[in-house]
Design a protein around this ligand. Structure first.
Ligand code: NDP
Length: 327
């Protein structure tokens, strides 16, 4: 049987953590033959650590055959020791009256410390997914704080936007969500993201031709996907957690186990593809194989798409410029 791998999760006692850990431990992320050791991180605060103990009691009570070990940590320097997969979920939420710059600064501090800790103690091949918002910029900060690790192993979660877009297209076309291929989401995990179905197909037919409605694309589809998080808060009184956790599972599973040529969306550091400046943590369509992802290149970008990409890029470079002095 396989040797256990070490999976670190920060913000482990939060609501996304609660929807995530049980699925990792059951084998939904890395495969039903892959034992895992969970390295659970929470802020050192007594209340958070106590809540984490409660989650660990429940994990024990599931008696998951693949759960080979479990640790509670309050310090990333110990929590990330030999970590193979790191899911950085915990982040500083925007408090009442908090300015954007304060939010960026508070998170810059968290993700600088976590990047340094990964750099110092994690596996040299650690794969990192940042979920905590602002996810792209937090991933950028962690990457910049970990110069000895592979820059391409730092990624941000765009998969929830991708899955939301797929579901909207399935509803619009009346086709099963699993039949949709070649969907892409460009840019920032924020309402500026650009979900792009120009290349998408269902049973070989063009989704763009099936829908054939640019007004729907612009005025219904893109705002629906972009503002979905706010719509869920409005309906549920709480932010999306299960769907965010599900997207994190999808992202890591596809990265680790491969997509068999299918496109998925990941936020990854640019190498200059599509004119996105190097290192900007940007949502791109990718395929994955053997634990490596590859950006899908050479797609034509029309005028409308270029304007959408420029807008989300401008937001991201603005965020990055806002934290440069903190790195
Ligand atoms: P959640 O588990 O609901 O959310 C965690 C993070 O995921 C937030 O930054 C949230 O962003 C982000 N996120 C990204 N995509 C989504 C999405 N689609 N829907 C919802 N959230 C999304 O937060 P909780 O407050 O329940 O738990 C956070 C935990 O993290 C707490 O237990 C806290 O103690 C811990 N924490 C750890 C820190 C650290 O590691 N140093 C710092 C701060 C907190 P958004 O805020 O925009 O909703």
């Amino acid at each position: 049987s396989k040797k256990p791998v070490r999976v670190a999760v920060t913000g482990a006692a939060g609501q996304i953590g609660y929807a995530l850990l049980f699925r990792i431990a059951s084998g939904e992320m890395l495969g039903k033959d892959q034992p895992v050791i969970l390295q659970l991180l929470e802020i050192p605060d007594e209340k958070a650590q106590k809540a984490l103990k409660g989650v660990m009691m429940e994990l024990e009570d599931c008696a998951f055959p693949l759960l080979a070990g479990m640790e509670a940590h309050g310090d990333p320097m110990t929590g990330f020791k030999d970590t193979d997969y790191a899911l950085l979920v915990g982040a500083r939420p925007r408090g009442p009256g908090m300015e954007r710059a304060d939010l960026l600064a508070a998170n810059a501090q968290i993700f600088t410390a976590q990047g340094k800790a990964l750099n110092a103690v994690a596996s040299r091949d650690v794969k990192v997914l940042v979920v905590g918002n602002p996810a792209n910029t937090n991933a950028y900060i962690a990457m910049k704080s970990a110069p000895d690790l592979k820059r391409e192993n730092f990624t941000a979660m765009l998969r929830l936007d991708h899955n939301r877009a797929a579901s909207q297209i399935a509803a619009k076309t009346g086709k099963p969500v699993a039949s949709i291929r070649k969907l892409a989401v460009w840019g920032n995990h924020s309402p500026t993201m650009y979900a792009d179905y120009r290349f998408a197909t269902i049973d070989g037919a063009s989704v763009k031709d099936m829908i054939n409605d640019q007004v729907w694309n612009k005025d219904v589809f893109l705002p629906t996907v972009g503002k979905r998080g706010a719509a869920i808060i409005e309906a549920r009184g709480l932010s999306s957690a299960a769907s965010a956790a599900n997207a994190a599972i999808d992202h890591m599973r596809d990265w680790a186990l491969g997509t068999n040529g299918e496109w998925v969306t990941m936020g990854v550091p640019s190498n200059g593809e599509y004119g996105i400046p190097k290192d900007v943590m940007f949502g791109f369509p990718v395929t994955t194989e053997g634990g490596q992802y590859k950006i899908v290149e050479g797609l034509p970008i029309d005028e409308f798409s270029q304007a959408c990409i420029d807008k989300t890029l401008a937001e991201l470079t603005g965020e990055q410029d806002g934290v440069k002095h903190l790195l």
